[in-house]
Design a protein around this ligand. Structure first.
Ligand code: UDP
Length: 311
């Protein structure tokens, strides 16, 4: 297939490009590089199956020649980033999704939206199943991301129903691994870089809030299975292994062998109290479930942050 990936220089986008090229596909990657970096794709330079175009996908996307699939992964994806780029976050979820769907329509290509567990907001149903409609504050600081993803899902379904486009929606839960930006503010890069530097780990709130962490290779495999499936309904992709953030901090201290302490800081506004994917649908319809154990995935992530620290 000839595949367009938006957000190609980001954390997930760049792993996706690697995976697709490895499978023998040709990839055209787009990114405006506001949160992505060409360092994530520099190893693909000169690869005849990869082409990079610096482009803001909220503007018209022109691609010459046939396209079989479009994977829309462009968006700031960390709470710190979408506080810094609130309007860009809304625009890429709304206008960017519109342009990417327009390209799918023009090329008669299938389309996959990188949606998010954030569509469930601070969930009142636990674990989260795809038929839960969510609990989102539209005007809170996270609303720019949550509502952008919810709008993107609505637009994707409208294109499916109105124009018969073969669309997929992946609701991605917390994912981690190499190529996360050390300063992106998310819990995995924060805790690992703090532990490696011997600085205190900053637990927000009392640390009893929960998250469930999926290693990037598992996630990418799930994305690909969804892309080549016949499924059009949203599918949760994530690892159901749920833990409290305080226990996650202790785990990082243990795995890095750090002497860091833990300090408690203010909980961000609207920070979800719990999060765990119900992955029954992914198991039943895609035959997918994560395989990488937390310790193994974190060992790779820690290795990566050690390397970039010394680079
Ligand atoms: N968090 C934390 N310390 C940090 C960064 C994040 O305790 O230095 C918490 C944050 O409040 C949230 C969880 O870790 O409860 C996951 O945060 P992240 O920013 O990774 O993403 P989220 O799951 O909230 O979208």
């Amino acid at each position: 297939m000839r595949i367009v990936v938006t957000g190609a220089a980001g954390f997930l986008g760049s792993h996706l490009c690697d995976f697709l090229i490895e499978k023998g596909h040709v990839v055209i990657g787009l990114d405006n590089l506001i949160t992505g970096t060409t360092r994530n794709i520099e190893h693909l330079a000169g690869n005849h199956r990869f082409k990079f175009i610096k482009h803001d996908v909220t503007e018209y996307i022109y691609i010459s020649g046939p396209v079989d699939a479009i994977l829309h992964f462009a968006s700031p994806a960390s709470p710190v980033d979408y506080l810094e780029y609130p309007i860009q976050t809304l625009k890429v979820g709304a206008l960017g999704t519109h342009k990417a769907l327009g390209l799918a329509r023009e090329k008669k290509a299938r389309f996959l939206l990188a949606s998010s567990s954030e569509v469930y907001g601070d969930p009142l149903v636990h674990p989260q199943r795809e038929d839960y409609w969510g609990n989102v504050n539209p005007i809170g600081p996270r609303g720019v991301y949550d509502e952008a993803k919810r709008f993107a899902e609505a637009l994707t379904f409208a294109y499916h129903r109105t124009h018969g486009i073969d669309t997929k929606i992946a609701r991605i839960f917390n994912t981690y691994g190499p190529r996360m930006r050390s300063g992106d503010g998310r819990v995995v890069p924060n805790f690992i870089t703090q532990a490696l530097a011997g600085k205190p780990l900053t637990v927000y709130g009392d640390g009893t809030q929960t998250r469930s962490f999926c290693y990037v290779s598992d996630l990418i495999e799930g994305i690909y299975k969804l892309l080549v499936s016949e499924v059009n309904d949203p599918v949760n992709l994530g690892n159901p292994h749920e833990m409290r953030i305080i226990d996650f901090a202790r785990k990082i201290i243990e795995l890095t062998g750090s002497k860091s302490d833990i300090v408690f800081e203010k909980l961000p506004v609207d920070d979800p109290k719990v999060r765990q994917p119900d992955i029954t649908r992914a198991k039943d319809l895609l035959g997918w479930q994560p395989r990488v154990k937390l310790e193994d995935g974190l060992a790779k992530a820690i290795e990566y942050f050690k390397e970039i620290e010394h680079a």
